[in-house]
Design a protein around this ligand. Structure first.
Ligand code: ZN
Length: 236
């Protein structure tokens, strides 16, 4: 369906307006958020649920050192059903996708341990972008993650409000420049931190956030992303 004219009409509120109409036409849970076919009440249809689970047989809790001392865990490759859920959450304000993604966290593999005093946080969005998207997808993912891990969750990072370019459209070098001094700590940090984000691409965002957390005293920072994109660009 061509919807550009509707975006012009409703502007930044378009994702919420669209969601509202979809809820009237197709009540929540009636349509699979990945393939679009009728589902039997779930966020995904049985076939997509199976696909998401099977993708985890080869790729789940992949650990990667994005810089010395900073490990990022990713739960699925940035493709297929997992990617569809990330995009639904991010661009169409569908919070149910965050719950389905967060369900991938458990069970934790035996070698992945988060100390009980760990605080979960997210990559704070510039306020202007949060308003445009009508959903703070990072925050939703962090809250759902914390709930499943039984850990507290709060905002530990402040975001500079400038005309940053969206990271997804930039290459590695441009990303690094774009996020220079973008984050600052919201408080003194004397506990381990688990930073949650939707997708790991070059790791630049994770490094910048870890830098800000460490400047406030954080000694242990780990990163959890739901998907891992290969290459340095194009995450949609
Ligand atoms: Zn499906």
């Amino acid at each position: 369906m061509k919807t550009d004219f509707l975006y012009v009409r409703f502007g930044a509120n378009w994702p919420a307006v669209r969601r509202f109409f979809l809820d009237v036409v197709w009540p929540e849970g009636a349509v699979c958020r990945s393939c679009g076919k009728i589902s039997d009440g779930g966020v995904l249809c049985p076939a997509c649920t199976a696909r998401l689970r099977d993708d985890g047989a080869l790729f789940s809790w992949q650990a990667e050192e994005v810089e010395p001392g900073l490990t990022a865990y990713s739960l699925r490759p940035h493709q297929g059903v997992a990617r569809d859920l990330v995009l639904r959450l991010k661009h169409q304000a569908e919070a149910c996708a965050a719950r389905t993604l967060a369900d991938l966290i458990l069970p934790l593999p035996p070698d992945v341990v988060f100390p009980p005093d760990t605080v979960v946080t997210w990559v704070t969005m510039p306020e202007s972008r949060r308003r445009d998207r009508c959903v703070d997808h990072g925050r939703l993912l962090a809250e759902e993650t914390a709930r499943r891990l039984g850990l507290p969750c709060r905002k530990l990072l402040l975001r500079r409000e400038t005309r940053e370019r969206n990271q997804a459209s930039l290459n590695r070098e441009m990303r690094q420049r774009n996020l220079q001094n973008a984050f600052s700590p919201a408080e003194t940090i004397t506990f381990p931190v688990l930073l949650v984000d939707d997708v790991l691409t070059t790791g630049t965002t994770a490094r910048r956030c870890a830098e800000a957390l460490r400047s406030a005293g954080a000694e242990h920072v780990a990163v959890l992303t739901f998907t891992r994109a290969s290459g340095s660009r194009a995450v949609w």
